[in-house]
Design a protein around this ligand. Structure first.
Ligand SMILES: NC(=O)c1ccc[n+]([C@@H]2O[C@H](COP(=O)([O-])OP(=O)(O)OC[C@H]3O[C@@H](n4cnc5c(N)ncnc54)[C@H](O)[C@@H]3O)[C@@H](O)[C@H]2O)c1
Length: 409
């Protein structure tokens, strides 16, 4: 970390504070003032690997390790990962001469709470982690990664951690960015931090055991990237979507490497948007597409709707709004609707009513510093931001969705 501190008024004589390092200055007048400035570079690697648990691979054994890391590892596991991969994980660490400690968490949206964060912190304490040399390794879905990232950012003010996503949402979204957090009093992700992992390891072979509904759920976030910035990705989903689900994104003979291309485009697109705006100082974020109404919809409908499903309802709503504004054609709207349908993604849920959606928009406006900054698709593969959405537009779009959805089928 580089840091400097200097006087607010450079015209006054500046006296170096004898207690400070170079660059920290103090005025000689009666109201001393200091200006402290620091910049902390963020740098982390997102690496795609296949068969992470193959004992001949070193990625996991070396993940987050430095010269002074011993052979202990602190690993937080999603309980489904423990059930499906617990034995292989133990064999893997044994093969590398490592001593893992597993902290297993039931990880689903309803457990995304401060209690789960406290559970991890308690275990870290008992383990007696050495925060400079022993990384926390999180293996699981988006919920687990959000909980562990948050715990890591709080534990002794920050302890390095590694993200290993095991769901599709994790691979293309929750596993690759810097946001952490948990829900609070029925508000989605109400408390959280920006805390980059030291490494993210993306292994799509974990998808083999993922329930099909969760695969569809992950495709909603991929569709989001396609709709706002990647027409080619949309075409791939249109042509191969159901086959990609059926193959669990493993490349099949004759399919070329469509699965790989879809994943790489989704991750690349996501990172292109996140990297220049890691702390979200610019509130016009393309990746907020589908995330205007959905936080409220998701929490109201819990446990009925998954995150990506709520995002999809938001995208269906805003696609209809965009079409009614002439930003995309009816033909384009129908194509989008068909892709959503082919992926089993809902376009409507009974918790959606006009008043509730208007209130959801108000809540989002508060988080976007007083403006809607609503991303709307422009054709397929581009987007714009608007600040003048009306309740009537929400009503008409909702009517469309209730009357058969974007493709009217
Ligand atoms: N931090 C971010 O930037 C970010 C981005 C997007 C989403 N999110 C968050 O991610 C969460 C959604 O994540 P999710 O969709 O991964 O849901 P999830 O974490 O609830 O996982 C879905 C289910 O799959 C199970 N599971 C995980 N991996 C498995 C595997 N390989 N095989 C079998 N079962 C497995 C989990 O135990 C869980 O029951 C939401 O809370 C959302 O807010 C965070």
């Amino acid at each position: 970390m580089e840091s400097t501190a200097q006087s607010f008024a450079p015209s006054l004589p500046q006296i170096q504070n004898p207690l400070s390092g170079p660059g920290l200055f103090r005025h000689g007048d009666s109201a001393p003032t200091w200006l402290v400035q620091a910049t902390k570079p963020v740098r982390y690697e997102v690496r795609m690997v296949d068969n992470l648990l193959d004992p001949t691979r070193e990625d996991l054994a070396l993940a987050g390790a430095g010269e002074r890391t011993g052979n202990r590892r602190f690993i937080v596991l999603d309980d489904r990962i423990e059930a499906h991969y617990g034995a292989r994980l133990r064999q893997y660490f044994q093969a590398h001469g490592l001593r893992p400690h597993f902290c297993v968490l039931p990880a689903e949206e309803r457990n995304k709470t401060m209690d789960s964060v406290a559970h991890v912190v308690r275990d870290l304490n008992e383990f007696g982690i050495s925060r400079r040399h022993e990384p926390i390794i999180a293996i699981g879905g988006g919920v687990l990664l959000d909980i562990v990232g948050f715990a890591a950012s709080l534990y002794r003010r920050s302890t390095p951690y590694v993200r290993i996503p095991t769901t599709l949402i994790g691979l293309v979204d929750a596993g690759v960015g810097v946001k952490t957090g948990v829900n609070f009093e029925n508000h989605k992700n109400r408390i959280g931090t920006y805390f980059a992992p030291s490494l993210a390891l993306l292994d799509k072979t974990f998808l083999t055991t993922l329930a099909e509904r969760h695969l569809h759920n992950g495709f909603a976030e991929i569709l989001k990237i396609a709709l706002v910035k990647d027409f080619r990705l949309f075409e791939l989903l249109e042509e191969h979507g159901p086959a990609l689900v059926a193959s669990r994104l493993r490349s099949r003979q004759g399919e070329g490497d469509v699965a790989q291309e879809v994943l790489e485009r989704a991750v690349q697109g996501m990172l292109e948007e996140l990297q220049p705006n890691l702390w979200e100082s610019n509130l016009e974020r393309l990746v907020d597409y589908g995330h205007t109404f959905s936080p409220t919809i998701e929490m109201k409908a819990l446990p009925d709707l998954l995150h990506g499903e709520a995002v999809n309802i938001d995208m269906a709503l805003t696609t209809s709004i965009a079409r009614r504004r002439g930003l995309l054609t009816l033909g384009e709207q129908v194509r989008i609707g068909r892709v959503m349908r082919s992926m089993n993604l809902p376009q409507y849920h009974p918790v959606c009513d006009v008043a509730g959606l208007a209130a959801a928009l108000d809540d989002t406006v508060r988080h976007r510093d007083g403006l809607q900054r609503l991303p709307l698709p422009v054709g397929i593969g581009a987007a714009c931001f608007v600040n003048d959405l009306t309740t009537d537009e929400i009503r008409h779009a909702l009517d469309d969705l209730m009357a058969g959805g974007l493709d009217g089928e």
